[in-house]
Design a protein around this ligand. Structure first.
Ligand SMILES: [Zn+2]
Length: 333
């Protein structure tokens, strides 16, 4: 018996790979910053014997349509799969050793993009002419999910470098879904320098907890981001509170008028950031970059008669610790 498949990656292959639910929602962004369940890991071998559980989807209306998308099958070589995969020998061993009644080994995965899977299977079967040299960030992120799962990092390295390079100029400058996708692809494809850049951007420009889009981004990265924002927030709040105390007890500023002006401007200027309000979480809803810029832009009222050589501003009295905060954010280690 020669099962009919959708894609003949290797016509002499001994394995049928089945992709179920190929149009599953991918890396959904939630405006309210709520987290949701991570995607299930695809089963490692053997076809599923009963229906898979429904994926977690927020929009109830779309569930039925998504579930009806037919599965897609690929004829592949279990040997190529094992050679390309960095997974343990034990796991690789299972892939080629459970023959079904049709004489083929079976492996089942779910929720992936069918074109991304086709691309990866073409690469590991050395069908390089079938592989595009440039892909979108969306596609690259989907490819990364498959590479991460099978541990195909080394097998796709030549392509992943080309893909990443063609997209480098599109790295976003502010926090959002695309920036999280960049964190994901930089992590999977081991682009350490670019990863540090996008992590710094995320810390500087996010306005609260950072989403993982349900991607298996390692905890040490998401923790690093959260810690960095918490520490930087603490540094800013401490610095501003020290300045306020210094102005009140005459250790900052140069004369009475100066201290009154700076103190008033500081309290008034930082009002909506809740820096001096113990009943609110400081800086929540504000990015570090915007906060720092805002502090530098606080204006201090002067009139002609006040001016007696005093050139103090909120910015001049905060610049040294603000620079330290920025430099600490850049060193994401
Ligand atoms: Zn002064």
């Amino acid at each position: 018996m020669y099962p009919v498949v959708d894609h003949e990656i290797d016509p002499a292959g001994d394995m049928i790979l089945t992709l179920t639910n190929p149009s599953a929602p991918f890396a959904e962004w939630h405006d309210d910053n709520t987290t949701h369940a991570p995607p299930k890991n695809p089963s490692s071998h053997e076809p599923p014997t009963e229906p898979e559980p429904e994926p977690v989807i927020d929009e109830e209306a779309e569930v039925d349509e998504e579930a009806e998308v037919p599965a897609i099958t690929y004829r592949i070589s279990s040997r190529q799969l094992s050679l390309a995969s960095g997974r343990s020998k034990k796991m690789r061993h299972q892939w080629g050793h459970h023959k079904g009644p049709d004489g083929y080994s079976h492996i089942s995965v779910e929720d992936w993009d069918s074109d991304a899977l086709l691309t990866i299977l073409n690469i590991i079967h050395l069908r390089n002419k079938q592989v595009s040299r440039s892909v979108s960030l969306e596609m690259l992120s989907q490819l990364a999910v498959i590479v991460d799962y099978f541990e195909f990092h080394e097998a796709v390295e030549m392509f992943s470098k080309v893909w990443m390079e063609s997209l480098q100029r599109t790295i976003p400058k502010s926090y959002g879904r695309d920036l999280i996708l960049w964190i994901w692809v930089c992590h999977v494809f081991n682009m350490e320098k670019a990863l540090q850049t996008v992590l710094s951007t995320a810390v500087q420009t996010c306005q609260g907890p950072i989403q993982d889009l349900g991607l298996p981004i390692p905890e040490h990265i998401t923790n690093q981001l959260a810690n960095k924002r918490t520490i930087a927030t603490g540094q800013i709040v401490d610095g501003l509170r020290r300045l306020r105390e210094g102005l009140q007890n005459d250790t900052q500023g140069c004369n009475y008028n100066c201290r009154c002006r700076i103190l008033g401007a500081l309290i008034k200027g930082m009002d909506r950031f809740h820096v001096f309000d113990p009943t609110h979480q400081p800086l929540l809803g504000h990015s570090l970059a915007d906060t720092i810029q805002h502090i530098r832009n606080i204006t201090v009222p002067y009139d002609y008669y006040d001016y007696r050589g005093c050139r103090c501003t909120v910015s001049s009295l905060t610049e040294s610790f603000l620079r330290q905060v920025e430099s600490d954010i850049m060193e994401l280690k």
